[in-house]
Ligand binder design. Sequence first.
Ligand code: EPZ
Length: 431
Amino acid sequence: MEQYVIKGGTPLSGNVDISGAKNAALAILAASIMTDETVTIENLPDVRDINVMLGAMQDIGAIVDRVDKHTVRINGAHIEDVAVDYEYIKKIRASYYLLGSLLGKYRSAEVALPGGCDIGSRPIDLHIKGFKALGAQVDISYGLISAKAQRLVGNHIYLDKVSVGATINIIMAAALAEGRTVIENAAKEPHVVDVANFLNSMGANIRGAGTDVIRIVGVQMLHGTEYSVIPDQIEAGTFMFAAAATHGDVMVRNVIPKHLEATTAKLLETGCEIIEYDDAIRVISRNIQLRHTQVTTLPYPGFPTDMQPQMTVVLGLAAGTSTVTESIFENRFKYVDELRRMGANIQVESNIAIISGGDRYTGARVSAPDLRAGAALVIAGLAADGISIIEDIQYIQRGYEDFEEKLAGLGAIIEKTSTEREIQKFVLKAS
Ligand code: EPZ
């Protein structure tokens, strides 16, 4: 098992380049097999979840040609199997996107119930409701979801809750259905828009992505395309919070500032200076006393649940009492126990964390409970006095490309280790 060893206390400074958006890329990969022609996808992040998804696609017969670290060419003409192996599904949640893409193209799909980060109960009833509304018969048995349809016919679908996954899955199936589908109360996240743009570049007819009503007119077939994935706003936000927590000065490059408005607004409330450029954001937190604030996670354009742990780490260093309310996933405060071991003073009552800010964290050996919480513990380690060891970094590697290299490029003292001996060597060198 690998871990990150960090000597905290260095303000981050310099430039960091953000990779392609993992959550957009996962859905785009699934959608890429909806044509028999070749699709080229650029700006793909080189992270574990993406590689698992490519493995699942190869397993069912897609030809995957990794042109370089960030570019892949995919051909889905020879898919022989619409059943996706359980080994793949249990590793990543987004493999459920293969349900929508295979159902759309072949009118049949079978996928094991998805895994992913343990951040809540994560039902998929809305995905199923959408597929059924399009005319599919959906069965769950022996841990598998199978969806089949003689014909897929467009329909009016109201989503009872805003769901990124259900919105994207329904868009994919409806893109190749007969007639017109309207999705009401759709998710508006940038990756929903990116998937719709990608499908439109393949000849789909999807309008309204980015608003809460999406209209899709089904087409008979899709064609090949070349497409570049949008930058990852969660990775960008993570570096913005790392700059804030370490009292640094960081230029986060290759971003779409509009996608980061909620994060920017909250960092301004804590007293950071933010300068926006066309495709970069600079966060300056040098020599300031961070201030408390209140945050509630909400669907986009609200404050993202995927940035909640990183924000909490910053507020643990802010003067006064802050609150963070998690309204999307019920199990997303598991990292708080670990953060307490680093000296944080946080009480969790139901879905609200009450944070009494201190002026520092102290280094400790902690364990990453999931992807974003893992990144947040790294930020705490960077801001802490002394040495921190973050275990279970396989979660972090699911979604952050070259995380330790990018942080080291900003002056962080961080290393990836895999043995106690390597940890000891780091400690000796650092002290
Ligand atoms: C996506 O998950 C992301 N994952 C998550 O990112 C992210 O936290 C989440 O959206 C919210 O932004 C991927 O894109 C692969 P939802 P998803 O459906 O699609 C409820 C990360 O760290 N719901 O928008 O699974 C659900 O329980 C990951 O990168 C239903 O009730 O999230 C939640 O309360 C973690 N029924 C809310 O909706 C359903 O059928 C939003 O979930 C589906 C969802």
